[in-house]
Design a protein around this ligand. Sequence first.
Ligand code: SF4
Length: 347
Amino acid sequence: MLRNQEQRIRIGIPRALLFYKFSDLWITYFEELGAEVIISPETTKKIKAEALSLAPDEDCYSTKLYFGHAIALKDKVDYLFVPRFGGRKKNLVGCPKFIGLAEVLRSMVPELPEILMPHYNRGMDKNTRIGLLYKSFKLGKIITKNPFVRIRAIRRAFKAQKLHDKLVVIDEETLSKWEKSEVILNDFPIYAENEKQLKIALVGHSYVLNDPYSSLNIRSILQGYGVDIITSEQMPRKLIEKQMAKLEYDLYFDFEREILGTIMHFLESKTVDGIVHLLIFSCGPDSIAGEIAARFSKRDSAIPLLQLVFDELTAEAGMRTRIEAFVDMLRRSIDDQAILLTMKAHI
Ligand code: SF4
């Protein structure tokens, strides 16, 4: 591509799926190489409409939205960055959709700019850490031929990702403080004077939890009902792995471990008033984790679990009603327990 010296190569990154996990890594990498990084805007009605008109019907809602974000970048960038991500650990996988998406986009929307689609899968023979570094080094050549700049970009990108993880994932001490209501981890809950503040674990994929449009503003709805939330992506990794070790089988879907591990932890610790689990309709990994979570919840139902399934037809009004009913039910059961305790004290 011929560009004058002043113009920087523009790399487009769709604000969808793994962007919510690896945005700092990717943005730092390309910016350090000297590229201009353009991120698609937050999901809107228009992006959703474009997505639904283009994406295959059988795709999950989150993957469909990716199409809308890619289209939003179509005329603004020189390259689209759509990595094919298999898994970050040897024995774990992400989702098959993450691997096939770049090729599907290329074949279904040929008018898109050239797609950069490096493939990384730690589970495959040649995808060691060194392999990842080599692939990143090779990819950087599109933007600069300077090997030192490319090496520095990789180093800084990994540093940025490490910082991101440190900021998002809390340690066990912070979790314990949150459980005792000594700290607030997310938006301050809004509640009336006579209302008890509730604690809820909000569990789901990072691209649902952090996308207000696709999650139908669930975080601010909960905040408005006086709920203090913790999300599955904030949970200490050691706790997640401790819970996973209790399963009789190996749950090899990497991000589902975070989801199920969080639910198992709170069902066991009983340090929240309830759990809200966001699932995506037609998501294979979600249907497995969702079923296991429901079974665990049936065995020990002290902490109520609400499972909400999202797709492009889910409406905010219906979801709001279910959340409202759930929150009311939690408040009533807390009041009932308080009455029971008072009665016992008087017997
Ligand atoms: S994990 Fe589920 S929601 Fe995420 S991309 Fe795969 S099928 Fe879609």
